[in-house]
Design a protein around this ligand. Structure first.
Ligand code: NAD
Ligand code: MG
Length: 399
């Protein structure tokens, strides 16, 4: 057997749900992967445990106090990992010459700069942090084009599409006979909840996803279906498909992770148990296949696969995302920022569940959201939309 190329991996957002799944896959293949750097926001004790287990060269905490705590914990544990702090340090580990692969798994806009640092440095980038791509769209894809970095989707749907497209696909769907992307969605915890009951749902109920176990922000996004909206925008940028050719299909079992419909009537799909280690292992090893630790799919146990149309009335966030993508300019960045603010307010009990969409819609109406051509312009849009969204949240505050 040929020797495998050993790769050093940096995990941005190592203490999160995707971080944990990535470390699980890596730990199954010590001959292929080692950990170069791990990062987290505030949870020093969690990152310390990971450092003691994986011995990275660097550990980065964005919060200064947490970085001090981490240094103390690592000294006590006689761990040689160097502790750094702040956003610049995230960019440093994402672009360091020793890093071969970067898992971009910070949640939200906070991941944009470090993910772009990895892209610009030409790393192999595994993109879980969909918000970074949604907010910077063309700018992000241009940076990928300039550096020639290899970008692999980790979102299970986009990874399924990636696996169902031709191997030499170059973001020209027509040239490859692609008619539509069928983006599957579980429908989230409130798929069958009547509209009047949605008014009263709590953060705990919203975070109790029926299929996936994920961080709180994406769990709420799944409950509002904004997650699918962000994924429509993500699919547009990753695969060059126009919004009218991206169709959302509710598939409650989460077994088909998405499909590509070709002009000859063939529909190619990727199936598997709902386990994020599958897309992570696929992206890490592509074009090879490695064990992910996921259970074998038992089709006899599943027996039937179900599909439904999405309900755009009960889940207005999905329509808002399509509208923002159609409108173009920096509206997707504004949508993402307003959503992040509204979800944070919902999680802290300051905003009702159904007001999340209202806050986003009102924020989008308050500006023209012209195209943002530079990173600074993208970040300005983000800041402006957050400030408008906070005003809209105050007007509707539940507290
Ligand atoms: P999570 O909340 O479990 O973890 C988030 C990670 O980001 C943590 O390590 C946290 O310390 C770090 N972080 C949070 N705020 C930060 C900040 N301001 N600066 C630096 N680091 C910060 O989230 P998750 O569920 O792992 O999701 C991560 C990303 O992956 C999200 O963009 C999400 O949409 C995407 N994603 C997740 C899943 C999933 O199954 N969890 C599936 C598809 C896509
Ligand atoms: Mg997804």
């Amino acid at each position: 057997m040929p020797a495998v190329f050993h790769q050093q991996v940096t995990i941005l957002g190592a203490t999160g749900s995707i971080g944990a799944s990535t470390l699980d896959v890596i730990s199954r293949h010590p001959e292929r992967y080692s950990v170069f750097a791990l990062t987290a926001h505030r949870t020093a004790d969690h990152l310390a445990r990971l450092c003691l287990r994986f011995s990275p060269h660097y550990a980065v905490m964005t919060d200064g106090e947490a970085a001090k705590e981490l240094k103390g914990l690592l000294q006590a544990g006689r761990c040689a990992t160097t502790v750094l702090e702040g956003e610049q340090a995230l960019c440093f580990v994402a672009s360091a010459p020793e890093t071969d692969v970067v898992m971009a798994a910070i949640v939200g806009a906070a991941g944009l700069r470090p993910t772009l640092a990895a892209v610009t440095a030409g790393k192999k980038v595994l993109l879980a942090n969909k918000e970074a791509l949604v907010m910077s769209g063309q700018f992000f894809m241009d940076a990928v084009g300039v550096s020639g970095c290899h970008l692999y989707p980790i979102d299970s749907e986009h990874n399924a599409i990636f696996q169902s497209l031709p191997r030499d696909f170059r973001r020209r769907p027509e040239a490859d006979g692609v008619r539509r992307i069928l983006l599957t969605a579980s429908g989230g915890p409130f798929r069958d909840t009547p509209a009047e009951k949605l008014e009263m749902v709590t953060p705990d109920e919203a975070c109790a996803h029926p299929i996936w176990s994920m961080g709180p922000k994406i769990s709420v996004d799944s409950a509002t279906m904004m997650n699918k909206g962000l994924e429509v925008i993500e699919a547009h940028w990753l695969f060059g498909v126009t919004p009218s050719r991206i169709e959302v299909v509710i598939h409650p079992q989460g077994i088909i992770h998405s499909m590509v419909d070709y002009v000859d009537g063939s529909v190619l799909a990727q199936l598997g148990n709902p386990d994020m280690r599958i897309p992570i292992a696929n992206a890490l090893a592509w074009p090879e296949r490695i064990d992910s630790g996921a259970n074998t799919l038992d089709l006899f146990d599943i027996a039937t696969l179900r599909f439904e149309r999405p309900d755009f009335d009960r889940f207005p966030c999905l329509s808002l995302a399509y509208q923002a993508l159609e409108a173009g300019g920096s509206m997707p960045a504004a949508l993402n920022a307003a959503n992040e603010e509204a979800v944070a307010a919902f999680l802290d009990g300051r905003l009702g569940f159904c007001r999340i969409a209202d806050v986003i819609a009102a924020t989008l109406e308050r500006n023209g959201w012209p195209r943002a051509e530079t990173l600074e312009a993208v970040l300005e849009t983000d800041a402006c939309a957050r400030s408008l969204a906070r005003e809209e949240i105050c007007k509707r505050s539940a507290a």
